[in-house]
Design a protein around this ligand. Structure first.
Ligand code: KIV
Length: 275
């Protein structure tokens, strides 16, 4: 592919429609989480197709043990920061726990706030059959929905921990039913988290919308990682993560070097001051 083709491909905005066309493509697409302007800009310019303002902001940025406490207002705030850095990627905002479970009407109101105040093009929510009516209502309000099945962190207490789902025959049926319900409700894409690779492969073959895997093997139409895991900023990362940089170590080294220079009066130098 020539550099001109690559450049023009990069400039086209990724939309829910263009993502749908990636279903079954030989080349999977990538999605990363982002929580602020700086990283959103870097990921967008690097050609990442989908940016997700994940409720994982609770763990990565807020230092919480679960995603349950993060609020709709906080999610909207982070969506707004990220939206300022996005030119090309499809921007998806995660609906936090409590923002869509009460009723479909309440969910539509929350989703509208994510779009109007947060600037996202689509919302993501967790759950399958239990959320089918809710997804339908949000889609009817002209807001595209990305589903999320398998290991759904907001169901932490039902699952009894962050456990791989779909390992038993019953669990497997449940995840498949959930995936089919999300598609039937009109979602444009589906995150499959924490399930055996063979199950994700089967779901990917059965649904007509792109699947995006995280801890779900190589057969999905796309892959997603939490940016702190990708960049080596997490204290611990799950075994399915590949760390592509060690910014934690580099940042620590930079901070120590700065402190040492300050202590030794090696910083600032003459070139860093005003005459
Ligand atoms: O919140 C999040 O980061 C997510 C991804 C793991 C898909 O939901």
């Amino acid at each position: 592919m020539s550099s001109v083709t690559v450049a023009s491909k990069r400039e086209h905005r990724v939309t829910t429609r263009s993502l749908l066309r990636r279903k079954g493509a030989s080349e999977p697409f990538s999605m990363l989480t982002a929580y602020d302007y700086t990283f959103a800009r870097i990921f967008d310019r690097a050609g990442i197709e989908v940016l997700l303002v994940g409720d994982s902001v609770a763990n990565t940025v807020q230092g919480l043990d679960s995603t349950l406490p993060v609020t709709l207002d906080e999610m909207i705030y982070h969506c707004r920061l990220v939206s300022r850095g996005v030119r090309r990627a499809l921007l998806v905002g995660d609906m936090p726990f409590g923002a869509y479970q009460v009723s479909p009407a309440h969910a539509v109101a929350s989703a509208i706030r994510m779009v109007k105040e947060g600037g996202v093009a689509a919302v993501k929510l967790e759950g399958g059959t239990a959320q089918q009516a809710t997804i339908e209502r949000i889609v009817r309000a002209e807001i595209p929905v990305m589903g999320h099945v398998g290991l759904t962190p907001q169901a932490l207490h039902r699952m009894g921990g962050y456990r791989v789902q779909g390992r038993t025959a019953r669990g497997r049926e449940r995840v498949i039913k959930d995936a089919l319900a999300v598609e039937a409700a009109g979602a444009f894409a589906l995150v499959i988290e924490g399930v055996p690779a063979r199950l994700a492969q089967e779901i990917t073959a059965r649904v007509g919308i792109p699947t995006i895997g995280i801890g779900a093997g190589v057969h999905c139409d796309g892959q997603v990682l939490v940016m702190h895991d990708l960049l080596g900023l997490s204290e611990t990362a799950p075994s399915f993560v590949r760390q592509y940089a060690n910014l934690g170590l580099q940042t620590s080294r930079a901070a120590r070097a700065f402190a040492a220079d300050v202590a030794a009066r090696k910083f600032p130098g003459d070139e860093h001051g005003y005459a």
